[in-house]
Write a protein that binds this ligand. Sequence first.
Ligand SMILES: [Zn+2]
Length: 342
Amino acid sequence: MTDLADLIARAAESPPESGDFREVGGVLVWIRLPIPGPLNHINVWLLETAGGWVLVDTGMAIPEVEEAWRQLESRLPALGRVERILVTHHHPDHFGMAARLAAARGIEVSISEAAAAASRLDHEPGHFTRVLADFADRLGFEPEPEFGEFLSGRRYRSIISGAPPRLGTLVQDQEIASRAGTFRVSLHDGHAPGHACLHAADTGLLVSGDQVLPHISPNISLYPEIADEDPLGDYLDSLDQLGALPAATVVLPAHGRPFTGLKTRTDALRAEHEQRLGRIVEACRPGARTGEVAATLFRLPRLDALNRLLATAETLAHLRYLERRGRVSAVGHGPELRWVSA
Ligand SMILES: [Zn+2]
């Protein structure tokens, strides 16, 4: 393990509180920002470069996070020298404050083309209603009235600070030179389109965003705007790619603490999905509606509307994976649609 990786592994024993930070080796700063609900926090990172600092991810645009940034600005001089903001993916806890922080500094926000496109779709209010009916018909998805807020992008737009004034593009294999390592960008699908991970072979660090998390399985959903895709297949491919990184890699995740044992974690995430796939094949032997399949995987009545939607969309991602591989097929349409095991 390199000295820096070793320092981060040690810092992981006592993480910063939400709204606080921990400097590591003078070249990396670990900041935690609040997230309401069980997720509790997001980790964002500052990496020192020759000309200043790069900020990776930004927190949701909600009053608690805006206040946290205000306090941090006065206590953390590095924030006065941020030269670029880099965002792993378009979800609001990552992308939310990017536009506001960038506008205040007159700097660029870099995000992958696929992530930028996904965010733009959430700004086209008519988009989802156009594709939703077809999606519901083909997949037996029964949208509850409460899902409208999320599917229309209304909720998303309320917790991000808008489109950044200057948007740069993150591409596969792009290098970001920093004193915390020379980070190479890899782009992955499954959790969100074009999710960027940053790996520094020289210092042994992986900024993993949500792609690999230490304790929870990132949400893998099939949504109307990606109705023909195979997000779970894409996600499992990404686990293979990331799991092949060197064994000593220290992972800096967006939620939870930095950890080692990347391959063990990617194997466990894969096993969790394989187990769900097995349960779905069993549930579909007699034929099952989409809602019935979701109920075998998740305790739906205990979930709020957002989490019921996520659970259903995640169930659909698993059904799509099985459908693509000839293990289940859909018979019928809309509310009458049944999934049947091959
Ligand atoms: Zn995410």
